[in-house]
Design a protein around this ligand. Structure first.
Ligand code: DX5
Ligand code: ZN
Length: 218
C-alpha cells in the first residue's frame, strides 16, 4: 500500500494539535525542519518537534533541510521520531550519520535536491531506510511538481529492485491527485503532500483519495 505523509508545513501552526486530528488516515506526519541557511526559510526546531512528537498519535517523518545535520539529526531520533531524513548536500559523512540514526532507533533517510544525481548513493542504498527525491526545490510548500526528477526516481527504483532491498522511495513537493500518479509510475511508494491535504475540506478523505490514486498507478 502506498504511504501518504501529510506535511504540516501547510497546517495552521498555532492549532497544531487540532490539525493533527484532521489527518487521522495518514501513515506518518511529515515535519519540515528548516534553518534559514540550507534553505531560505525557517520553521521549527527540536523543542517544537518534541512537543509535536508528544501529542501526535501518528509517528513522525522528520525532513531536515538544515546545514550540519551531523550535529542536529541525532537529537530528532532521540526525541522519538520514527524516521529522520537529512540532505545529501549538507552531510559530510552520510553513511556514518545514517548508522548513528539507526543505532538510536530511527529509520534513516537521505534526501536529494532536484539537481543532485543519485550515482554516488546507488552502491550505498542498504545503509538507508528511505531515499527522498525532492520534486521541488526545498524551502517552501505550494510549488509545482518537477517532472524532470522522474528519471532519477526510476534509476533508484531499478537499483532497489535489482538488489532486493526494502528502501522506501519518497517524493516531496507539488504532490496532487494528478502528479501522484506520475510519481507512483516512476517508482515512488511514499508520498509527502502539504497543500493538497491541508487545503482540502476533509484532509483525512483527501489522504485516502491520494492513496487510492497512487495504488491505481502501474
Ligand atoms: C518543501 C517541503 C515539503 C512541502 C511540500 O521544501 O519539504 O514537504 O511541505 O508542500 P506541498 O505539498 O505544498 O508542495
Ligand atoms: Zn519535506
Amino acid at each position: 500500500m502506498p504511504r501518504i505523509n501529510p506535511s504540516i508545513l501547510a497546517a495552521d501552526f498555532v492549532n497544531m494539535q487540532h490539525e493533527l486530528g484532521r489527518i487521522s488516515s495518514a501513515d506518518l506526519v511529515h515535519v519540515d525542519v528548516m534553518d534559514n541557511h540550507f534553505v531560505p526559510n525557517l520553521t521549527f526546531g527540536p523543542q517544537m518537534v518534541g512537543r509535536i512528537q508528544d501529542v501526535s498519535p501518528i509517528p513522525l517523518d522528520v525532513h531536515l533541510m538544515i546545514t550540519d545535520p551531523e550535529r542536529w539529526a541525532p537529537g530528532y531520533a532521540e526525541l522519538g521520531a520514527y524516521s529522520v531524513t537529512f540532505h545529501a548536500e549538507a552531510s559530510s559523512d552520510p553513511v556514518a550519520l545514517a548508522r548513528r540514526l539507526r543505532d538510536l532507533g530511527a529509520r534513516a533517510g537521505i534526501a536529494l535536491k532536484p539537481g543532485t544525481e543519485p550515482d554516488g548513493y546507488l552502491d550505498l542504498l542498504e545503509e538507508f531506510d528511505q531515499v527522498l527525491v525532492m520534486t521541488v526545490e526545498p524551502g517552501f510548500g505550494g510549488q509545482s511538481f518537477m517532472p524532470e526528477t522522474m528519471p532519477k526516481l526510476r534509476r533508484l527504483r531499478d537499483a532497489v529492485t535489482a538488489r532486493g532491498l526494502d528502501v522506501w522511495l519518497q517524493v516531496d513537493g507539488g504532490i496532487t491527485e494528478e502528479t501522484i500518479v506520475t510519481a507512483a509510475e516512476a517508482g515512488a511508494d511514499t508520498f509527502v503532500a502539504g497543500s493538497s491535504v491541508f487545503r482540502a475540506d476533509h484532509p483525512a478523505a483527501q489522504i485516502d483519495l491520494l492513496r487510492e490514486r497512487a495504488s491505481s498507478a502501474h
